[in-house]
Design a protein around this ligand. Structure first.
Ligand code: BYC
Length: 314
């Protein structure tokens, strides 16, 4: 019998893999903190995809045409798929999917702040695609190089689908901007409501982000929250100009010296309120998720009974 390697050796192998920019796989030894951080981030990400179906899902029965309905249906279904890849990635770390769902419903685990805002008009569907999926792409493209293999691989497919989502949102807004004055006003109103929450998606500022430093060292995160927020602003402003809308930030200005846009400070008090569970739609989002979980109990029971029968007949 061979002697198992000592923890020191395992830890050195882990550090060397990270330093060489290679992937950690589920079979590899990893520090408890690395595993915990990944389960936290991946679970939160999975929950966001699942809860994220709600603001747009609200418009499925009221889409203005069959074409818009088919597009929206496909997008919302994609989000469900993203949630499933991510729950699977969390399972490779030893997390239990039923336990993760219970933690979401109990409020023990977070999901993205952005989904606690209401979608008031069909223009919100376009703005969610443009800005929310746009922010998601900015945040998630670097995660395709995250050090944990299953997470990085899940992100590749997620990002491909998110770019389709972003384009469908932008195309919808372009169409509305070519319409009536009322339609253009709806788009501007939606941009005014979603701009700041979209900037908050990147998380607290770097000097108030407890997890960034260690997550960067472990190469789970590749950029800080502020770096990605800046990238998102720089990317979105020319798109806003092409669309013919403005963003609700009097401090926004191109800074020639930095080669970036300067922009105002998001309302971090509002962010703290939303992630503490007291945003405009937190209660409703969790109530809908809980009801869907309870309504699906018979499906889970039937699937488990089928699996038991198949197992017994083998
Ligand atoms: N909302 O130390 P920090 C989508 C929490 S889905 C809520 O900077 P970290 C889409 C953070 O968890 C979008 N909570 O944390 C779906 C931590 O609290 P805990 C979701 C937030 O992890 C459908 C505390 O604040 N995307 O794209 O280093 C349709 C301190 O923060 C938020 C992902 O999840 C927030 N916005 O960095 C369309 C991407 N921000 O956990 C689109 C993957 C921070 O210690 N996640 N918190 O209690 C990440 O990249 C990182 O987890 C974050 C935060 C950048 C979000």
């Amino acid at each position: 019998m061979t002697t198992p390697p000592a923890t020191g050796e395992l830890s050195a192998a882990f550090d060397a893999t990270i330093a060489a920019d290679q992937r950690i796989e589920p079979r590899d030894w990893m520090p408890d903190g690395y595993r915990r951080t990944l389960v936290r981030q991946i679970a939160q990400h999975a929950h966001s995809e699942i809860i994220g179906m709600q603001p747009e899902g609200n418009w499925l029965t009221r889409a203005p045409s069959l074409r818009r309905k088919a597009i929206l249906l496909a997008k919302v279904q994609d989000e469900a798929g993203h949630g499933l890849y991510l729950y699977s990635a969390a399972e490779t770390l030893g997390a239990d999917r039923a336990d993760l769902t219970a933690k979401l419903i109990d409020g023990a685990q977070k999901y993205s702040s952005i989904f606690n805002y209401p979608s008031l008009t069909f223009a919100d569907v376009g703005v969610i695609g443009w800005l929310v999926d746009g922010a998601a792409i900015c945040n998630q493209v670097p995660l395709c190089r995250s050090s944990f293999g299953p997470y990085a691989r899940a992100m590749i497919r997620v990002c491909k689908e998110e770019s389709f989502h972003q384009r469908q949102g932008y195309e919808l807004l372009m169409t509305m901007m070519g319409g009536t004055v009322e339609q253009r006003d709806m788009v501007q109103d939606a941009v005014d409501r979603w701009w700041w929450p979209a900037l908050m998606m990147f998380g607290p500022p770097d000097d108030a982000s407890p997890n960034t430093e260690q997550s960067m060292r472990w190469r789970i995160k590749r950029h800080t929250n502020d770096e990605l927020r800046q990238r998102f602003v720089d990317m979105s402003i020319p798109q806003a100009q092409a669309l013919g809308v403005t963003v609700p930030d009097p401090e926004l200005a191109w800074n020639d010296e930095r080669g970036h846009y300067d922009f105002g400070t998001p309302d971090w008090h509002e962010f703290a309120t939303v992630i503490a569970g007291n945003g405009p739609c937190n209660t409703e989002r969790i109530a809908v998720r809980r009801a869907a979980h309870e309504d699906g109990a018979w499906v889970r029971e039937a699937a488990a009974a089928f699996a038991r029968r198949e197992g017994a007949s083998r």
